[in-house]
Design a protein around this ligand. Structure first.
Ligand code: SAH
Length: 341
């Protein structure tokens, strides 16, 4: 049955119109689902019983099962089980500006980035919009909090599940629903250039982050196979187009891998690559994982890299390290769970 969490307000309006009902019923239903957070359609008091029965026949208020939860001071990590028993994860981080939830977009991932745990399990399937929405609702309910920011940086490549991701954005944006503003949502992509162009045309106002991780094709192709399909030049061309069309700043993520991409030369090359582009670089201390050989760069190396970028007038920040104790990096919790760790 169709999950109620996977329908947009427009689709619900259409649904009610087709039944000969007023379309504002969609707003009423949205309010029950997302404001009052009901778990049963029978709790609705302002829609007539016969119509409730019809709704019950067509939609379900489904759930997401929490399999495990790990906590550190500033981070909580959830492992969820989907209806088909597949597992996904979401990570909640406390920032000074609020809390930010990192959600998964696929079961597994086909990008095969060599440093990333998620890609060790190939894509099994896409998540639908409802399964993305439920990650937010479940954690809000579990902790009795409101999530202020959502980042699509968990397991999966959001732009390899483009339509569901756009639908998800439409649903969380909805003022009568969760009402999370576009500026509070960030989509991160490994660089599916064709989809970046589609994204430009869709005109969504959410933040865009690009996992760059290397300043040249030789290195990037080694650690991110997607670079063989869309090289850095094509990627940067698309990003410039995005900035031109949206007037928005782009974030480049750059994982610091010891002796791989953290040299002074890399920092200089990266500065030259990004010169004049309205962006900032987020240097990410690599979260080491048992299955993958890469080591994290030393603090000194990261600071040196940072300084070189700064000197070259590139906006740069170093990401605070979250939840190393709970294996908060992409894909690590699911992977450990499956091995009984
Ligand atoms: N597929 C998308 C979104 C998921 S990955 C993308 O590639 O952007 C989210 C971010 O976490 C990416 O920048 C990814 O490169 C990074 N990441 C993956 N494994 C990591 C690890 N072990 N330590 C730190 N960051 C990691």
């Amino acid at each position: 049955m169709t999950s109620i969490y996977g329908v947009t307000k427009e689709q619900l309006e259409q649904y009610f119109t087709n039944l000969g009902e007023k379309k504002f019923k969609a707003v009423q239903l949205f309010e029950w689902i997302y404001r009052k957070r009901i778990h049963n359609f029978d709790e609705i008091t302002n829609i007539k019983k016969t119509l409730i029965e019809k709704i019950k026949n067509d939609f379900e208020i489904d759930d997401l099962k929490i399999v495990s939860k790990k906590e550190d001071i500033d981070v909580k990590k959830y492992l969820f089980e989907l209806k088909d028993k597949n597992k996904i994860e979401a990570v909640l981080m406390n920032h000074d500006y609020g809390n930010s939830l990192c959600i998964s977009t696929q079961v597994g991932c086909n990008m095969s980035c060599t440093f990333c745990e998620s890609g060790r399990l190939k894509k099994v399937r896409n998540l639908d919009a409802s399964e993305m929405i439920l990650q937010i609702l479940k954690i809000e309910e579990d902790l009795n909090i409101r999530i202020s920011h959502v980042v699509l940086m968990g397991i999966g490549e959001p732009f390899d599940n483009y339509d569901n991701v756009i639908k998800f954005i439409n649903i969380v944006n909805e003022p009568y629903g969760i009402a999370l503003g576009s500026r509070h949502i960030t989509v991160s992509t490994s660089g599916l250039v064709n989809k970046i162009y589609e994204f430009i045309n869709d005109g969504k106002q959410v933040n865009l982050a690009i996992s760059l991780h290397a300043p040249n094709d030789e290195l990037r192709s080694k650690i991110m196979p997607i670079n063989k399909a869309y090289n850095i030049k094509e990627l940067i061309t698309a990003i410039k187009q995005y900035i031109l069309k949206t007037n928005r700043r782009v974030t480049f993520e750059y994982i610091m891998l010891k002796d791989v991409n953290d040299t002074d030369e890399c920092a200089l090359e990266l500065s030259n690559l990004l010169k004049g582009i309205n962006c900032y670089v987020n240097l990410i201390p690599y979260n080491e994982t048992t299955h993958i050989e890469y080591k994290k760069s030393s603090k000194d190396k990261i600071l040196k890299f940072y300084d070189i970028l700064k000197k070259n007038k590139i906006n740069v920040t170093i990401r605070r390290e979250f939840g190393r104790k709970v294996n908060a990096a992409c894909g690590q919790l699911r992977s450990n769970y499956e091995e009984g760790l």
